[in-house]
Write a protein that binds this ligand. Structure first.
Ligand code: ADE
Length: 224
């Protein structure tokens, strides 16, 4: 899979996409991630990519032309299955969307910034808009990093223990069960006996029950 991210702040994406599972997935050739600076497609020598909004609202708006030029260049080189825009005024991202995106070959993620992008880009170029939650962060870069991370971790081969991503919270609309490691007792706090029993069938049953219990308590909306 190839992920192209277009941003005005490439530096913000360097660290999150260069460690751990994503780093290894890149090294194994499972994913190729390319970061593009929108300012390289600016309309003038000042590397300007934004302008005042028509109608006098506050803040700056990303202009059509740099975005159009950046995306057209990428599209002239290969076909894209999705052109995503990160913005708080969009449907909220879920594990299901991450799973679906992980099956695609080439995607572009355009990071929102300032007060947003010219609406005509959203209507004519973007194919999928994503919010990472009902709150506002300073720019779309961290949202793009989150989306990229969630896509890559479910790609076959990205995690050495294949079952590990499948047992993540949300994969079956359940929160992940509690987990424990050594020592089996600390400060009088004990690991549940069942986990030490070696009876895998009973352990699986217990684990599932705990997931359901936890989901009922913390996120009952997932069970509807
Ligand atoms: N940019 C600012 N806030 C955001 C959010 N919640 N989701 C995606 N992009 C954003």
């Amino acid at each position: 899979m190839r992920i192209d991210i277009i941003t005005v702040l490439p530096e913000l994406l360097e660290s999150p996409l260069n460690h751990s599972i994503i780093k290894r997935a890149k090294e194994k050739g499972i994913v190729e991630i390319n970061i593009h600076n929108l300012r390289d497609y600016s309309i003038n020598k000042h590397r300007q990519v934004d302008d005042y909004p028509f109608g006098g609202a506050a803040g700056m708006v990303i202009m059509i032309e740099p975005v159009y030029k950046a995306i057209e260049k990428l599209k002239s080189e290969r076909n894209y299955d999705a052109i995503i825009y990160t913005t708080p005024d969009a449907p909220v991202y879920t594990q299901k969307i991450a799973n679906q995106l992980s099956t695609l070959k080439n995607i572009i993620i355009l990071c929102g910034h300032y007060k947003g992008i010219d609406q005509r880009i959203r209507e004519n170029i973007i194919t999928l808009e994503i919010s990472i939650g009902d709150y506002v962060i300073t720019g779309g870069e961290l949202a793009a990093a989150i989306i990229t991370d969630s896509i890559v971790r479910v790609m076959p081969g990205a995690i050495s223990d294949e079952t590990s991503a499948l047992s993540d919270s949300f994969q079956d609309n359940l929160l992940a069960p509690p987990v424990y490691t050594r020592p089996s007792e600390f400060n009088g706090w004990k690991v549940p006996d069942i986990l030490l029993s070696g009876n895998t069938k009973e352990i699986d049953k217990w684990t599932h029950e705990k997931s359901v219990e936890k989901t009922q308590k913390l996120r009952p909306d997932l069970l509807i």
